[in-house]
Design a protein around this ligand. Structure first.
Ligand SMILES: *[C@@H]1O[C@H](CO)[C@@H](O)[C@H](O)[C@H]1NC(C)=O
Ligand SMILES: *[C@@H]1O[C@H](CO)[C@@H](O)[C@H](O)[C@H]1NC(C)=O
Ligand SMILES: *[C@@H]1O[C@H](CO)[C@@H](O)[C@H](O)[C@H]1NC(C)=O
Ligand SMILES: *[C@@H]1O[C@H](CO)[C@@H](O)[C@H](O)[C@H]1NC(C)=O
Length: 185
């Protein structure tokens, strides 16, 4: 009897703190997605206006896929949405993100270094945008990457020589259609 009395509040306390932690996670992911929304300056299909409403969970927004518990964003697919804008560093706060597909839009500017925090990322498609800068060396940290396409952007500079060594799981790498020079080793 006494044991039950002791265990019950502890169990309750654990359950409560787990809910709070879970809520903090979706709050972090929501602010990252909202930062992305705020950096999009062109929305020809009115996706942001009509669907990405802050009155609903980001898990209900087109292109955002959450885990089954709706606590973390695990995939982002905003390909072919006609979006123009920049990629905010906050995107790197989506620490459970496994897949990002932003291909066929008009994102410009640099890939923010904050994205180097996306350590679970295995799929990254940013092809057919207007991104620029050198191919960042921190991509070599994302060692779960299996697919990486930066095709048809405005990246310049030397080809990263060690990217294949650093990314042991990489099955497909497409950097074509940029202004890169040098050789891939
Ligand atoms: C956004 O669109 C999706 C897919 O069409 C739909 O399931 C969801 O309810 C919409 N969300 C809002 C907030 O309108
Ligand atoms: C993203 O969505 C498009 C259109 O629905 C689809 O063709 C593409 O395969 C999706 N990308 C990923 C990584 O699932
Ligand atoms: C999210 O990312 C930004 C920029 O990288 C950072 O300043 C911020 O502290 C991060 N954390 C949260 C919880 O938003
Ligand atoms: C892409 O960027 C280049 C130079 O950075 C610019 O001249 C061009 O207009 C941009 N294209 C689009 C579709 O925004």
């Amino acid at each position: 009897m006494e044991r039950t009395c002791y265990y019950f509040p502890i169990g309750l306390l654990l359950a409560t703190s787990m809910v709070v932690i879970g809520a903090a996670d979706i709050i972090t992911d929501t602010s990252a997605i909202v930062a992305l929304r705020d950096h999009i300056v062109s929305d020809p299909h009115l996706i942001l206006t009509k669907n990405w409403s802050i009155s609903f969970s980001v898990c209900d927004w087109i292109g955002i896929i959450c885990d089954s518990g709706r606590q973390r964003v695990v995939a982002l697919n905003i390909s072919n949405m006609g979006f123009a804008g920049t990629i905010p560093p906050q995107l790197g706060n989506l620490s459970f993100l496994v897949s990002v597909d932003m291909s066929n839009n008009i994102f410009h500017g640099y890939l923010p270094e904050g994205m180097s925090h996306l350590r679970r990322l295995s799929f990254m498609a940013l092809s057919n945008n207007n991104l620029t800068g050198e191919i960042p060396s921190w991509l070599g940290i994302l060692d779960r990457l299996q697919y990486l396409s930066l095709r048809e952007n405005n990246f310049f500079g030397d080809l990263p020589t060690n990217i294949c060594d650093n990314l042991p799981n990489l099955k497909e790498l497409d950097l074509s259609g940029n202004q890169l020079s040098g050789q891939m080793l």
